[in-house]
Design a protein around this ligand. Sequence first.
Ligand code: MG
Length: 286
Amino acid sequence: MSDVETILASGMTTPSRRGWKGTIAVDMDDVLCQTNATIVHMHNELFDTQPPLTLADFKNYLYWMNRGWGTPEETVGMVAKLYQGGLYMRAPPVEGAKEGLKRLKDLGYNLIIITARSENQRTGTEDWIAEYLPDIFDEIHFTGAFQHLEPTREEKEGHVARKAVVSHHKRSKAEIIHTTSSLFLIDDSSENAYDVSTSTYPHEGPTKVLLFGDYPWNAIVHDPSKKSPIEGMTYHEKQEKGLLDEYEKLREQRIKDGWLPPGVERVGDWGKVVEWVERFDHARQE
Ligand SMILES: [Mg+2]
């Protein structure tokens, strides 16, 4: 069947075959590029944490909840140093990402990136995509989720009092999924998964998020109504209060419970993403 016939048969009027089935939103860090694994190496080189950091230390998506970091502000400063040290180009693609993305495109979906990185990381981000995953994405959205923690120019120069002057328009991933009419989000953050799955924006299907990867930082999706105060503490707070062991016990129990909010499904790797989207695609055509 030719492209035109395919389009006519489907009753769609969009002239190009590519993308007529809708848009899939994809997160960047640890879905497309191996950011945290690269951070482990660079962190040990740059900050000499003892004992050395491993990926298993990344028990939370927010680094300051984990060993080896500081307050949220200190952490953002440390991450900035990692980027200055070449993190952008040192992070290799996640295994199977390129082949998986190409398959989704061939099935007829548009692909966009929604990343928590901020606008000031745009050049490094675009360079990486041009190098490793060119000609795949239609749009990149920077939510700047941690931008409010970055020092302002004035602070960098020592004038801390101007902190309140800067206010960024922060957008949530749920908001961008809504404005781009994306079908669902592929993301490795359980926090993003929870936020998007519980957003009240209208949505086509029951699945809003594919929670990507078997990573220590997404082993638990928290139900905020059941969250213990320990789970909201930074690593240093837990350490100071002698709560590290109690936290570990709680963490193990939560992993065993395996709670997932409605609208979230786990996909271990890119092969599983492709299988899931092929099933989704097939079901939509019936
Ligand atoms: Mg991510």
